[in-house]
Design a protein. Structure first.
Length: 584
């Protein structure tokens, strides 16, 4: 038989020359191991066996059939609080085929560690009983709240409540400048059918008749986790809820999300999707790409990209320090990485240092860091170290964020573009280019961030209420702003539409090199909570700024407007150009 020919080369000749044909990826169907859809049987162990088979076949495809699969806490003997664990796999595809993965209890659905070339697609993650309840405040005492919980969220009393927030029964959104409480509920008891009495540590100002969302769990059990992975692609995946975040990337290189959705389950009374962030990326490198994603109803930010500062505890010698994260979060650098040194009282980089060796000190959640060269004399205890080697580039386009508590996106990295996105009913800012040493110690001072062609409607109206819809600034101790320019460099805010906000439209503090051009601002300063919130655009501690071609008519702003444009303290006025704006 004559061999087939492709591009004039005979495959028969290739085989004769001893060159094997391309390997065909093995299809590992979970049904083969006993995971059958819609049978009501827990699928944890069957899927674990299928994952083990994938480990024996690089490039495998783990395939589900359409239907529901069930996973419960405590069913995986290797990790009772985890369901599907993928370690050290290469070129793996997890294809849900439209499957619904349903979880019960406090459990992490999918964890990937040290995997390369991972693709997850075509599946939905949900919880049978979501990790929150929705109810109405029916009575209040000095330190008690009685909540009649909707039948959809069965309660028995004794459930923990780690956070609660005040929702408007008319809009079913967080109430404008409403109340919220974290870690303030000591205990709960059932005082009538579906009625929980919350015993509070301190009194809370919340109205009877308000809707409330009680988050029984906020953090810890994220839907998808990628740890030290490379080449990750997530396509057409939906997360309806999780007792934590939707997707987390930790020290990963190159992550791409396309049509990744974190949204409440349709046809239910759920007012929330995930109890924390939709997506969270820490200490990643390469590029994070997000296109056509949808984020709705989260308990925190839609996107958070950055890293964490280490704080110097002790200078051991001229090349060695002991450092750690103030909240004991993992942020240990690796040899060969470059750290930037800053004083915590201004966050301006005064030196760079290359890591030579790292010794963890686990008893104190600290590490001993040795550097390749001598450290500058001005380094002192309390200074912070930002990892300049773990700053992923970001490309986010055609995504939507709506109805969530907190910010739309936190951009705390370098070389980032956010464009053609929509933000609606975000209780805090739309996009903040931020770094801070007030609580989480999230890094790093940014470079080259562009936010353009986005629309922001009714953002920054409730907790945590911030300075502006678009923000470029830093928080120092006590939420102080940087005293001098230079924390953030080379930022562009261009052709955005901002409609309705309680504080200002654009707020900048600590920038060197910023262009604010072609933006349209309407309805801001509606109910200012601070002096900086009385301007459509407010700059502090800024130099080399160009404010051009923006439209902010004073008669189209809120009643709290004092000035359309304010040049505040710390600005180098001779370097600020203001031209061709309407309404200034």
């Amino acid at each position: 038989m004559r061999a087939a020919s492709v591009l004039g080369v005979s495959t028969g000749l290739i085989l004769a020359a001893g060159m094997p044909p391309a390997a065909v990826a093995e299809v590992v169907r979970v049904a083969r191991f006993g995971a059958l859809p819609d049978d009501g049987v827990d699928d944890t162990l069957a899927v674990a066996r299928a994952i083990e088979a994938c480990g024996r076949s690089p490039g495998a495809r783990l395939v589900f059939a359409r239907g529901r699969y069930d996973f419960a806490e405590g069913q995986n003997p290797a990790a009772p609080r985890a369901s599907m664990i993928f370690r050290n796999l290469s070129d793996l595809t997890v294809d849900g085929g439209g499957a619904l993965l349903m979880f019960r209890g406090l459990i992490a659905p999918m964890q990937f560690s040290a995997c390369a070339g991972v693709r997850v697609r075509n599946l939905t993650i949900d919880w049978e009983r979501p990790p929150f309840s929705v109810g109405t405040i029916v009575a209040r005492g000095d330190r008690t709240l009685d909540v009649r919980v909707a039948e959809e969220f069965p309660v028995r009393g004794g459930e923990p409540v780690q956070a609660l927030a005040d929702y408007d029964p008319a809009t079913r959104l967080p109430r404008r400048q409403g109340a919220e409480l974290y870690h303030g509920v000591e205990s709960t008891e059932l005082v009538a059918p579906q009625t929980l009495r919350l015993h509070l540590r301190t009194p809370m100002n919340i109205e009877t008749g308000s809707l409330t969302v009680l988050r029984h769990q906020v953090y810890g059990f994220n839907a998808l986790v990628f740890d030290r992975c490379a080449g990750v692609k997530v396509e057409n995946v939906t997360v309806h809820t999780a007792p934590g975040m939707g997707l987390v990337g930790q020290r990963c290189d190159d992550i791409a999300l396309d049509r990744f959705r974190v949204v409440p389950r349709p046809g239910t009374g759920r007012l929330m999707s995930t109890t924390a962030d939709a997506t969270h990326f820490k200490a990643c490198a390469g590029t994070i790409r997000m296109t056509r994603c949808e984020f709705d109803g989260m308990g925190d930010d839609a996107v958070n990209v950055g890293s964490l500062y280490l704080q110097v505890r002790q200078r051991v010698d001229d090349r060695t320090v002991i450092a750690g994260h103030p909240l004991k979060m993992p942020a240990t650098p690796e040899p060969g990485e470059k750290l930037e040194l800053s004083h915590a009282d201004d966050l301006l980089v005064y030196a760079e240092a290359d890591v030579a060796a790292v010794e963890p000190l686990p008893a104190d959640a600290l590490c001993r860091i040795s550097f390749a060269g001598p450290l500058p004399d001005e380094l002192r205890a309390g200074d912070v170290l930002g990892n300049a080697s773990r700053t992923a580039a970001v490309r986010i386009s055609r995504c939507s964020v709506r109805n969530n508590r907190a910010r739309g996106m936190l951009i705390q990295t370098r070389d980032a573009v956010v464009e053609d996105c929509t933000f609606e009913n975000c209780t805090s800012g739309g996009v903040w280019v931020l770094t801070e040493v007030v609580h989480f110690f999230e890094a790093i001072g940014t470079r080259g961030v562009v936010v353009r062609n986005n629309t922001f409607t009714r953002c920054n109206y409730s907790g945590p209420l911030g300075e502006g819809v678009l923000g470029v600034y830093a928080y120092l101790a006590g939420f102080a702003y940087p005293p001098r320019p230079g924390v953030h460099r080379d930022t562009v805010l261009e052709n955005n539409i901002i409609r309705q906000a309680d504080n200002c439209g654009i707020f900048v503090a600590g920038a060197d090199g910023i262009v604010i051009r072609g933006n349209r601002i309407e309805g801001v300063c509606a109910r200012p909570t601070r002096d900086s919130g009385r301007s459509a655009i407010c700059l502090m501690s800024t130099r080399n700024a160009r404010i051009a071609g923006n439209t902010a008519e004073p008669d189209r702003q809120g009643p709290g407007l004092s000035a359309v444009f304010t040049l505040g303290p710390g600005c180098e006025e001779s370097t600020v150009i203001v031209e061709d704006n309407q309404g200034f």
